[in-house]
Design a protein around this ligand. Structure first.
Ligand SMILES: CC(C)(COP(=O)(O)OP(=O)(O)OC[C@H]1O[C@@H](n2cnc3c(N)ncnc32)[C@H](O)[C@@H]1OP(=O)(O)O)[C@@H](O)C(=O)NCCC(=O)NCCS
Length: 222
């Protein structure tokens, strides 16, 4: 999937990661760097090329993960695409209705704060609805990760619960917030809420999610 960034200055592509690009994920610190890992709630680890090859093999063979590389280039250029991050839908579950857990990592910090995560969230929201029929996509964000919080709220994720003292970050215990994004289509909305009164936060979020889907439908090229 190829699309412009919401700020219009970059082209973004979500596509498979070939094994020959696995080294990019750990190049110049990449996913090993403290800043990138800080709010991922992971056990500290030193990633090597084999870890990335193992991860690529896992996403290639496991049916409950759908993962893309995030590639970018300037909007006016025909230069090579640069791999700068990963986007995944994890824990894909279709037992009762389809749910998933989203995750976005820009392992190249030079590309932070350019609207890339916000753009990818819009495209992934549309993809999960139009091509996956997902009813609910979940995400977890550690409290200090305000950039991630802003980016997912902009596409209609709503906080639903807090996990106290989820992780230790730089000597401080931090809480994690669980979020849910509900497919705004009538069939999915009614499937999810049934006869319950819909909380007002979700009513506002429904419009944001629909706006994200509309933006993506108008901007995507396969
Ligand atoms: C969190 C992350 C995905 C955000 O990606 P991004 O492409 O930089 O985010 P965006 O540019 O779309 O910005 C999202 C919001 O954060 C703000 N923001 C991002 N970087 C910022 C910075 N350095 N300073 C101030 N604000 C910043 C943006 O202005 C935007 O807010 P707005 O909508 O009010 O303008 C990226 O920083 C990252 O990969 N971090 C490491 C891994 C991680 O924490 N992943 C998320 C796990 S839940």
């Amino acid at each position: 999937m190829t699309f412009p960034s919401i700020r219009g200055d970059l082209q973004i592509r979500l596509d498979a990661i070939p094994v020959e690009l696995a080294g990019e994920i750990i190049a110049d610190g990449g996913i090993k760097s403290l800043e990138v890992n800080r709010y991922l709630g992971r056990t500290p680890s030193s990633y090597v090329l084999q870890d990335e090859l193992d991860w690529l093999e896992k996403v290639r063979t496991q049916s409950d993960i759908c993962a893309w590389g995030i590639y970018v280039r300037e909007s006016t250029s025909e230069e090579e695409w640069k791999l700068i991050g990963t986007y995944s839908l994890n824990q894909l579950d279709g037992a009762l209705y389809k749910t998933a857990v989203s995750g976005c990592i820009l392992f190249n910090k030079d590309y932070w704060n350019k609207g890339i995560a916000s753009s990818c969230h819009r495209m992934r929201t549309m993809y999960a609805v139009d091509y996956g029929a997902y009813v609910c996509v979940r995400s977890m964000v550690l409290a200090p990760n305000s950039n991630s919080d802003k980016a997912i709220r902009s596409v209609g994720y709503v906080p639903v619960s807090t996990v106290r003292n989820h992780s230790m970050v730089e000597g401080q215990l931090v809480h994690a917030t669980n979020y849910e994004q509900i497919n705004p289509a009538k069939w999915a909305w009614e499937c999810w809420w049934g006869d319950d009164k819909v909380p007002k936060e979700f009513l506002a979020a429904r419009s944001k999610t629909q706006a994200a889907i509309d933006w993506a439908r108008n901007n995507i090229a396969f």
